[in-house]
Design a protein around this ligand. Structure first.
Ligand code: SAM
Ligand code: DTB
Ligand code: SF4
Length: 323
């Protein structure tokens, strides 16, 4: 049974040392504690999005300086994936600033997925809400993961986004699962939400059945020109608590220390790994916002004795499922 909201709030309220000890214990039961999954992100269609997500640089409704661009070409995507692979990424995630793809939008994306799959990388896409049949088409093209975040607690969601609702997100997640894809689903903290809202997000994620294989925890990157552009940064210790609680509530999920690393000192990132984060975005750009340089991430991994998590084979997945 998934943990209740009260149990998750109880985890948040523990002394930090107790919380981290518990998170490390859970982490070591299910994962190599020194392995971190490495994903590279590429924006294949930037800007001009119809939605009004209050944090996003790519909404056509905010004046952020991000222009609407055309879909990248197949060659551009293949080249970026080759570079990511050469730098040591094992997963390549393609993001599009869409409410959701029309069938004619999806066709060229299927080609991109086939090309990235052929390079031997794991594939992930985040294209917004899916219509009937689209998740199956993505799976057939060789997609491994679909990213679609719940982003925050259902109640707080309405304060950040008005052009779609929580149920729309859950409906797409359901379609993704039904098509046999792996689910990457997490959220953003630092948007002015309360600790109760952070607990509410984690309760929602843990209640997905089965829970997502991958859980990105994004620290808001404040974008000037968005409604959340002037938000005060979330306290760093509260961020570490959020990672630790996610680790405990989602013991078998890979928890990604996602957006926001560019503004985090190394010691804070190290504390996040100690709290159970075991994935990062790797490469000097997220979708539109900066991310640490690959060289500095390599140095951080060396300093911490961290190595890249190997891609799970079928038999490894079975072994973990039985454990
Ligand atoms: N349009 C699709 C969607 O909304 O699902 C896919 C791309 S969207 C940019 C993917 C995710 O990026 C969002 O759900 C949100 O969690 C994250 N994100 C967007 N802007 C962010 C920001 N400024 N800071 C942190 N995370 C952000
Ligand atoms: C996720 O959870 N975070 C990524 C990815 N999934 C698509 C996106 C982060 C975006 C950060 C802001 C930007 O680059 O514009
Ligand atoms: Fe569009 Fe996604 Fe940004 Fe929302 S988060 S405005 S749906 S690109």
């Amino acid at each position: 049974m998934s943990p209740s909201l009260a149990q998750i709030e109880g985890l948040f309220d523990q002394p930090l040392n107790d919380l981290i000890f518990q998170a490390q214990t859970v982490h070591r039961r299910h994962f190599d504690p020194n392995a971190v999954q490495v994903s590279t992100l590429l924006s294949i269609k930037t800007g001009g999005c119809s939605e009004d997500c209050g944090y996003c640089s790519q909404s056509a409704r905010h004046h952020t300086g991000v222009e609407s661009e055309a879909l990248l070409s197949l060659d551009e995507v293949r080249q970026a994936a080759e570079v990511a692979k050469a730098h040591g990424a094992t997963r390549f995630c393609m993001g599009a600033a869409w409410r959701g793809p029309k069938d004619k939008d999806l066709r060229p994306v299927l080609e991109m997925i086939r090309a990235v799959h052929e390079l031997g990388l794991e594939t992930c896409a985040t294209l917004g809400m899916l219509r009937e049949g689209q998740a199956e088409a993505l799976a057939e093209a060789g997609l491994d993961y679909y990213n679609h975040n719940l982003d925050t607690d259902p109640e707080f969601y309405r304060e950040v986004i008005s052009t779609h609702d929580y149920q729309d997100r859950l409906d797409t997640l359901h379609k993704v699962r039904r098509a046999g894809l792996k689910v990457c689903c997490g959220g953003i903290v630092g948007m002015g939400e309360s600790r109760q809202h952070r607990a509410g997000l984690i309760a929602q994620l843990a209640a997905l059945d089965p829970p997502p294989e991958s859980v990105p925890i994004n620290m808001l990157v404040p974008i000037p020109g968005t409604p959340l552009g002037d938000d005060q940064a979330l306290d760093a210790v509260e961020f570490v608590r959020t990672i630790a609680v996610a680790r405990i509530a989602l013991p078998r999920s890979v928890v990604r220390l996602s957006a926001g690393r560019n503004d985090m000192p190394e010691a804070l990132q190290a504390l996040c790994f100690l709290a159970g984060a075991n994935s990062i975005f790797y490469g000097d750009k997220l979708l539109t916002a900066p991310n640490p340089e690959t060289d500095s991430d390599q140095r951080l991994f060396d300093k911490l004795g961290i190595h890249a998590m190997p891609v799970e084979t079928g038999s490894e997945r079975q072994r973990l499922a039985k454990a």
